[in-house]
Write a protein that binds this ligand. Structure first.
Ligand code: ADP
Ligand code: MG
Length: 416
């Protein structure tokens, strides 16, 4: 299998040559995904780890599209970045490809004299700016943004963390209505999702790397086995008043545990693939009517269950991997509510779960078990943002998956 080339993605030969001269020969994964979509002109919401090559991923389609758009007033593309350092870095990275395409690029950031910067920005095809300084220039009428047809928000989550939301909104109000918007962020949840709803139309989502953990979930891990494991579960179910979803690895395990819980005086129903449709309905009916508040399920069965108010997820058997963990705990803390997750870990699984916890950014939660945090290979780390549970994607576990099909189904929902 030969690798896709930049040319195949629609990057012009002059730009390809400029890239090759700088040693950029073949697209990285996020570049392949983004260039393909962005060149078509659609809005994108992108989450990908640091160092995955996002600058070219938004920069190259931006360059290619501007050259096809009518010339005339400038600037025609705007990149917003949270810091001066990032603005400079983006400008530097894109200057050769931009020049090769016959386009001018300029940057705007605070801390330097305004006149020369304003002059260059007003004449540039592409402006890379921090929100504060750009607003300054707009208010002084030194630049106009009405010809901007492509807007990029790089590190949008950091921009929000730094309190730039009002500034971004003010700038966006000055742009042309018929524009393409590309938003890149370490998370697409919470405030970033709100920003995305305000700024984008029918966006396609591209996600690279580990799935973000559901926010609003308190995670606990406990190393235990045998009788103690069962005792801990019973104890937990006695304390918790809300609906509890308990995960087991196997269908038989689910049946066995439900029966066992019954012996401990806890009414529980099992849910797995071997049940007939009517058995499933009956079990779910009892849960929904509040006759029973403990559901024991396998991973596969749980995916088909639609329950809104799960207060606690217990991993009676630990999840197979990070993705299973995320899916499982994702069953709680729905719709902005808070939830709890407890993972019971047999000693033999401790190293594996420790690594998983660390790569999900749950080091402290794991350390609370008393077992030292394992040496997971964390390639990328960032400070935790917002809720205390934002993950720290480890590149080693990186798998990309496109949510475009889902995004496509949802097309138009943002405008509703
Ligand atoms: P991100 O914004 O995702 O953190 P960058 O866009 O800053 O990542 O890219 C990280 C580094 O990788 C930069 O030094 C960049 O020059 C380099 N790079 C990007 N794309 C390629 C590529 N296709 N081939 C080789 N190096 C690349
Ligand atoms: Mg970047």
């Amino acid at each position: 299998m030969t690798k896709t080339t930049f040319a195949e993605l629609g990057v012009s030969s002059a730009v390809c040559a400029a890239l090759a001269k700088n040693g950029i020969m073949a697209p990285f994964e996020i570049q392949e995904l983004m260039i393909r979509e962005a060149i078509a002109g659609v809005d994108l919401l992108v989450r990908a780890p640091t160092g995955s090559g996002k600058t070219f991923a938004f920069g190259l389609p931006m360059i290619e599209r501007i050259r096809t758009l009518p010339t005339g007033r400038t600037p025609r593309a705007l990149v917003l970045a949270p810091t001066r350092e990032l603005a400079l870095q983006i400008t530097k990275e894109l200057s050769d490809p931009a020049r090769a395409a016959g386009l001018k690029i300029a940057s705007c950031y605070g801390g330097v004299p305004i006149p020369k910067q304003a002059q260059q920005a007003a004449r540039a095809d592409i402006v890379v700016a921090t929100p504060g300084r750009l607003n300054d220039l707009i208010e002084r009428r030194l630049v106009t943004m009405s010809a901007v047809q492509i807007l990029v928000l790089d590190e949008a989550d950091r921009m929000l963390d730094m309190g730039f939301a009002p500034q971004v909104d003010r700038i966006v109000a000055k742009l042309g209505d018929d524009r393409q918007t590309l938003l890149l962020s370490a998370t697409l949840e919470g405030e970033v999702a709100q920003l995305a709803r305000r700024l984008t139309r029918e966006p396609i989502q591209l996600r690279l790397g580990t799935e973000p953990l559901v926010t609003g979930v308190a995670h606990r891990f406990a190393v235990t086995q045998g009788e103690a494991r069962m005792a801990m579960l019973v104890d937990e179910l006695t304390t918790e008043q809300g609906l509890v979803l308990v995960f087991t690895r196997t269908k038989r395990g689910a049946d066995r545990l439900a029966t066992n819980l019954g012996r401990h005086g806890m009414d529980a129903v099992a849910m797995h693939g071997d049940l007939s449709q009517s058995q499933r309905e009956r079990a779910l009916g009892r849960i929904r009517k509040g006759q029973c508040r403990v559901l024991v399920a396998t991973d596969v069965a749980a995916r088909g269950i639609d329950l809104e108010d799960v207060a606690l997820v217990v991993n009676f058997d630990p999840p197979n991997d990070q993705s299973d963990y995320t899916h499982r705990v994702g069953r709680t803390a729905r719709a902005g509510r808070t939830g709890h997750a407890l993972t019971l870990v047999p000693p033999a699984d401790a190293p594996k779960i420790s690594r998983m916890a660390v790569s999900l950014g749950l080091d402290a939660e794991w350390a609370a078990t008393g077992i030292p945090v394992g040496a997971a290979k964390v390639v990328y780390s960032s400070k935790r943002r917002g809720g205390a549970f934002t993950p720290r994607p480890a590149q080693s576990a990186s798998t990309h998956h496109r949510t475009a099909p889902r995004g496509r189904v949802k097309r138009g929902s943002h405008q509703a």
